[in-house]
Design a binder for this molecule. Sequence first.
Ligand SMILES: Cc1cc2nc3c(=O)[nH]c(=O)nc-3n(C[C@H](O)[C@H](O)[C@H](O)COP(=O)(O)O)c2cc1C
Length: 174
Amino acid sequence: MDCLEAIKTRRSVRRYRPDMIPEQDLLEILNAGRLAPTAGNFQPWEFIIARDRETIAAIRDASYERQELLATPPVVIAVCADPKRSEYYGERGMTYFCILDCAIATQNMLLAAHALGYGGCWVGGFSEKKVRKVLGIPDNIRVVSLMPLGKLAEGEPWDPPKRELKDILHWDKW
Ligand SMILES: Cc1cc2nc3c(=O)[nH]c(=O)nc-3n(C[C@H](O)[C@H](O)[C@H](O)COP(=O)(O)O)c2cc1C
């Protein structure tokens, strides 16, 4: 699948088959995250890969309203930012660039997972404090996204409407 095809056909997947993702594919997905662009090339991220059922259940408990999409995935990746690594850019680096960098890595991984035949979803609705506790993440580290991944369950994905290109473009001026 080429890049444009992956971008056009990726959709959030929220129900998964329980089959484990082979390590080779998982590493390919994680590597796509590693290759994302970052401000100053500081690469301020750490990726935590949860595969243990109990850990994934605890992550679900840390999500807002115990989100159902965290009930069945064989893998959940937590994308974390270390603000210290972006310190060179001061406040903006530590509160903004490092988060953006992790957002790009998350999207790279979602696209790679899709290209390899898996589905995933960005989960932002969670208590950072609780996720830190479950995964043993130090207090100075930001948890930017959780990403459940797996083979698609029957009926997935849903295709949500998108705003039309003509409605969001501003040529030359707002
Ligand atoms: C920052 C961010 C946070 C999100 N948080 C959640 C979430 O907590 N739970 C969820 O089911 N989907 C979450 N999503 C997925 C969006 O709902 C989804 O991307 C959007 O509805 C568009 O659908 P699509 O990804 O299929 O194009 C999040 C997406 C982003 C970018």
